[in-house]
Design a protein around this ligand. Sequence first.
Ligand code: GRF
Length: 203
Amino acid sequence: MSAISKTNVAVFVSGSGTNLQAIIDSGIESANIAVVVCNTPGAMAIERAKKHRIPVEIVNSKDFKSREKFERHIVAKIDKYDIGLVVLAGFMRILTPYFINRFRNRIINIHPSLLPSFPGINSVRQALDYGVKQTGCTVHFVGEEVDAGPIILQVAVAVAEEDTENTLLEKVHAQEHSILPEAIRLFCEGKLTLRGKKVLVSS
Ligand code: GRF
């Protein structure tokens, strides 16, 4: 019986870490959560990682004069983990070309809207204010443009007339917790192929 080869994954977080929890709970066979990187000391995501004995690197973005210095510090910290995939799971920092080149085509992000609609922050609020009948979430590769890289998976969520930002956020989150682990699995099993702006997914 041959052992399944695992890809070392670094999960980057800033806040509550419900997506991190979903990744942990999914127990993806082809992925090893090697390290969690958090830029906000005290974030709930840190506790989630520690509870599962996952190494945590806390690098406070406020301690650095530039984004690139902050990223170089992170890269030095995670070098030893031989990272094959970086997952941005609620990481509230925009990455510079330095970091993107360092992990070119090996960074994925979860975003709470059907991109290219509602990029940036407060996407669920933006969707509600616009009055769309469907919103959702997107997992995409990260390139230089914010919230605009090649799309891996998307799920639509119907907007009900009585939805508030909180109720809609909850529905979107539930879908995020399913497509983010799925995208990680697909990546780690070598099932994603980039063709320009498109991502081909093989089963
Ligand atoms: C998610 O809605 C994700 O789409 C966005 O940040 C949020 C993170 O939530 N990028 P959590 O920390 O995983 O609970």
